[in-house]
Every structure is written in C-alpha cells, then in structure tokens.
Design a protein around this ligand. Structure first.
Ligand code: SF4
Length: 349
C-alpha cells in the first residue's frame, strides 16, 4: 500500500518502490528563460532523498514527503527511447537527480544499474547519475559503453560537515570518483552550491586540487559552478529545520526566477576564484559552465556567453562529440537553437 507523509524529513527514513506514472521525463525544473540554463533532461525516477542538506529545495517543494523509487526500469527506458527517437539528430543528456540523489539508495534498489545497462544501447543519449554519496561499487563492472556520466556534487569539508547532513564525506566522494574513473566512466563535477564561509577561498582552492588528485581531467565530461540560491519562502524553513545553519545570514537579492542569491559582485568573485583554479588543471575543450546564471555573469567569468539556451545545449553536444565521440552526427547549432525556440514559444533574449 502506498503511504503518504507531509513531512519530508519523516519520509527520509525508508523508501517505497513505485511504478512510474505521469510525465516521467522532462526538462530540469530550474529552467527559467531569463537565465542561461543547460537544459538537461530529467527522468523522474526518485522522489525525496535520504540525505538532509540544509539548502535542499525539497523541504519547500514536496507535497508528499515519502521517499519513492520507480522500480519499473523497463518503463523508464521505454519513455527514454520514445523521446530520444523523436529527435534522432540530437544528443540528450538525461539525469535522474531532479528530486533526489541518483545513487544514495542504489545498494537497495539497483535502479541506476538497470539504467546504465539500458543507456548503453542508445545512440543519442547519455545518462547522468549525480550524487553526494560514494555508492558506486555496483556500477563498476557494468558494460556502460561510455554512455553514463557519474557526477558528483562537491563542496568543502566545512560545508559538507555543517550543511550536507548524512552525505558522504569529501574523501569518500573523492574515492568514489577515483573508482568510477578507473572503471572508465566519464565523470561530471558540480561545484554547486558555492557557499560563503570562513576560509572559503582556501577551501575551494584546496577542493579543486584534491579533485584532480583523484581524477585525470581528460576523463571529465563537464564541470558546473553554481552559487547558493533558494526561494525566499525557504529562509524560515531552513532556520526552523536547521537552527545551526548559517547559510541564511548572508546578504542575498531576489532574481527574476524568484530565487534569492548572493549579490552579483560576490557571486562573480566566487566563480572567478574557482574558474581560475580549474583552469590550472583542465584543458581547453572541457565544458565549464554556470548553472542558472545571467548572460553578463557568464561574460565576466568566461569573457563570452552563449547566444541562447539552445546554444548551450549545442556546446555540450559539440564538446562530447569532439572529446568522446558521443552522439549521432556532428551537431548543428542551428538545429539546437531552433528546437529550443520551438519548445519555449518565446523569442530569445
Ligand atoms: S543530496 Fe540533493 S536531494 Fe538530497 S538532500 Fe541534499 S540537496 Fe536534497
């Protein structure tokens, strides 16, 4: 019997297996056309998460807090095959982390294992499993055929221990990265959310060094940077749910996507520091991008910005084709830009 709980924290104690219903595949829920979005697709395969990050948007989002995992992997793959077959020229990036962590429950569910096997047979899609865990052991012997990117959300030891409750420690995540790379998986790195804290400059500098002591940058498919952001209504919830957290104390401003962020000079300072550190390790061609940022912030950090959301999607496809041979044909930027204009029905800025 399917139970319900309104309290997302009570719902973290166990999980239910469910069969997938409704719209199982869509675009990442953060999409907002005033910001540059990477337009990754998401497979709604998990719902809530056993981890307990203070900044997690799920505390403000879930109507039913029960943790649920779609156990019908064949059904999920059927949806993926149908959707990707409609645009055979396009490379789809598809993540399973929209409403939870891709691997936190893998030991008990085997969901990711089934999806890795399923994506291995697809020509125009890559699976992204994103995690704050080190649960990769069951994936290491799979025949993934280079079609899965195992990604980590990374932060400093200080932030992990004070804000990311229940997640794997940094050294455990780094060991997970090492093992996944040794098993020939491509690796994704998400430095997100960057959070101001005492010693953040040294902390993020050290973090980048530690990451590239664990993985050869040539195995890294993409790298994102994002800063702390949340709906203003979450501030009170964070303060109630996590009274020891300090993340709501900083000066933040409301953006067009109705989320508060650090003021622009602060965000720019954090991205600049991190990007400067990343460039010491990665070559030209490794896609480094900002998650949900404005055109002018891209310009300040990278000295350029994509023309549109479709152009960002194209840059992913081009990078993955050139570096790893992934995807169908040589990607055509006009096709990517056109499909996004059609999807939005709006003129692009
Ligand atoms: S790992 Fe992600 S989904 Fe899980 S609690 Fe943390 S922010 Fe939320």
């Amino acid at each position: 019997m399917i139970r319900k709980t309104m309290n997302y924290r009570d719902g973290k104690q166990g999980f239910q297996r469910i069969t997938g219903k409704g719209d199982l595949m869509g675009i990442c829920a953060t999409l907002n056309r005033k910001y540059l979005c990477c337009s990754v697709h998401v497979l709604r395969s998990v719902h809530n998460c056993p981890f307990d990050c203070s900044y997690c948007f799920l505390q403000d989002y879930l109507n039913d807090g029960m943790t649920k995992v779609v156990c019908d992997s064949e059904g999920l793959m059927k949806v993926v095959k149908e959707k990707t077959a409609q645009q055979p020229w396009r490379l789809f990036r598809i993540g399973t982390w929209e409403l939870g962590d891709s691997l936190a429950l893998e030991h008990d569910t085997g969901q990711a294992e089934s999806l890795v096997n399923g994506f291995g047979g697809l020509r125009n899609a890559v699976l992204e499993l994103k995690t704050k865990s080190d649960c990769v052991d069951t994936l290491l012997r799979l025949d993934h055929r280079g079609k899965t990117v195992v990604s980590w959300s990374l932060n400093t030891d200080v932030i992990i221990s004070t804000e990311e409750h229940g997640t794997s420690a940094l050294h455990e995540r780094l060991h997970g990265i090492y093992k996944a790379a040794q098993a020939d998986y491509l690796i994704g790195l998400h430095f997100d959310p960057l959070i101001l804290h005492k010693g953040w400059e040294e902390g993020y500098t050290r973090l980048v060094r530690q990451v590239f002591e664990s993985v050869n940058p040539d195995r890294v498919a993409w790298i994102s940077m994002g800063s702390l952001r949340f709906h203003p209504g979450m501030k009170k919830k964070i303060e109630n749910n996590y009274p020891d957290s300090r993340i709501t104390g900083a000066e933040m401003v409301l953006g067009d996507d109705m989320k508060v962020r650090y003021v622009k000079p602060l965000r720019t300072m954090m991205y600049s520091l991190l990007y400067g550190e990343l460039k010491k390790y990665v070559r030209e061609g490794v896609l480094i991008y900002l998650c949900m940022e404005r055109w002018d912030v891209w310009n300040r950090i990278f000295g350029l910005f994509p023309r549109s959301i479709g152009h960002v999607d194209y840059l992913f496809a081009r990078s993955l084709k050139e570096r790893f041979g992934l995807g169908p044909d040589i990607p055509d930027s006009a096709l990517y830009e056109k499909i996004h204009q059609q999807d939005s029905g709006e003129p692009l800025p």
